[in-house]
Design a protein around this ligand. Structure first.
Ligand SMILES: C[S@@+](CC[C@H](N)C(=O)[O-])C[C@H]1O[C@@H](n2cnc3c(N)ncnc32)[C@H](O)[C@@H]1O
Length: 275
């Protein structure tokens, strides 16, 4: 196991409860609602075969299985695989790395990569994970991948009234480096600009690439309003604007998460042509 993988496994096994993440705060509730809506819009209909890479404890694999999809989940953290298998309905889940998937070529109608990209600091490693997603997806099938926006961390810290001078210094470095400083929060991670996410997808061979902002431009307002008298109304407004502005280029990077969708090439030779 390489150093980054060891850090990811220990982060999720010892320091972070991923299973409860999407219920915890307005940003996460917006993330779950909008991701489910975008999956419904962008995936082929059930009973398509879906590979959920970096699927964690099964936040999306489980509802997709319940909706009639044939789902297999791959995750590098053994504890997540156990949680995915244990829930209701149980998810077919195996331990594996996004960069070297234990799956045959073209076996799936669509592949999800909702997590590994921001855990890979090196561009070539991210492209490798995307290429693997393309490889296991049938020609013309869908690949959907999530990334964290370059600006999400500092926006989050300011919303929590934690934008200290040190955080602001790190925010300035982040603008060019894209690398999150784990002493401020989360773990070692890479935060994308939209154009580079699109470029990594194209380099991996994806065609017809489109990007959505997941939580919309008002997730910080929903966070700041939490617990106050207008919390529900502001959350509903943020959700409506997340839907309305989902694909508006100027507003996409204001979301905490970016969701990119593309099509696997029709043949191996067209993939080679694209390189
Ligand atoms: C924040 S969680 C997201 C889980 C779920 N997909 C979601 O969107 O809620 C990121 C997940 O990616 C997994 N992961 C990170 N790097 C990976 C890799 N190289 N291969 C497979 N899984 C990986 C982590 O173990 C974790 O379960």
């Amino acid at each position: 196991m390489d150093r980054m993988t060891a850090e990811i496994v220990s982060y999720y096994a010892e320091r972070y409860d991923e299973a409860g993440r999407l219920d915890r705060r307005p940003q996460a509730r917006l993330e779950r609602i909008r991701t489910l809506e975008l999956l419904e819009e962008l995936l082929p209909p059930a009973p398509a075969a879906i590979l959920d890479v970096g699927g964690g404890p099964g936040a999306y694999a489980r509802p997709l299985a319940a909706a009639g999809y044939r789902v297999r989940l791959v995750d590098v953290v053994p504890a997540h695989v156990e949680q995915a298998r244990a829930g209701d309905p149980p998810v077919d889940a195996v331990v594996g790395d996004a960069r070297d998937l234990p799956e045959p070529d073209g076996g799936y109608d669509a592949t999800l990569l909702l997590g590994p990209l921001y855990h890979l600091l090196d561009r070539q490693e991210r492209v490798r994970a995307l290429r693997e997603a393309v490889r296991v997806t049938r020609p013309g099938g869908r690949v959907l991948a999530a990334a964290i926006s370059r600006f999400a961390g500092p926006l989050d810290m300011a919303t929590k009234a934690e934008l200290t001078d040190r955080v602001l210094d790190e925010a300035a470095k982040l603008i060019t480096s894209g690398e999150n400083d784990p002493s401020i929060g989360f773990t070692h991670a890479y935060f994308h600009r939209v154009p580079e996410l699109v470029s990594e997808c194209r380099e991996a061979g994806l065609a017809e690439v489109t990007v959505h902002g997941v939580e919309g431009p008002l997730w910080t307002a929903a966070e700041a309003a939490a617990g106050g008298p207008d919390a529900d109304a502001i959350f509903e407004g943020a959700l409506k604007l997340a839907r309305l502005y989902s694909a508006e280029p100027e507003l996409i990077p204001m979301s905490a998460h970016l969701l990119v969708a593309g099509s696997a090439p029709q043949s191996r030779s067209s993939l080679v042509d694209d390189l």
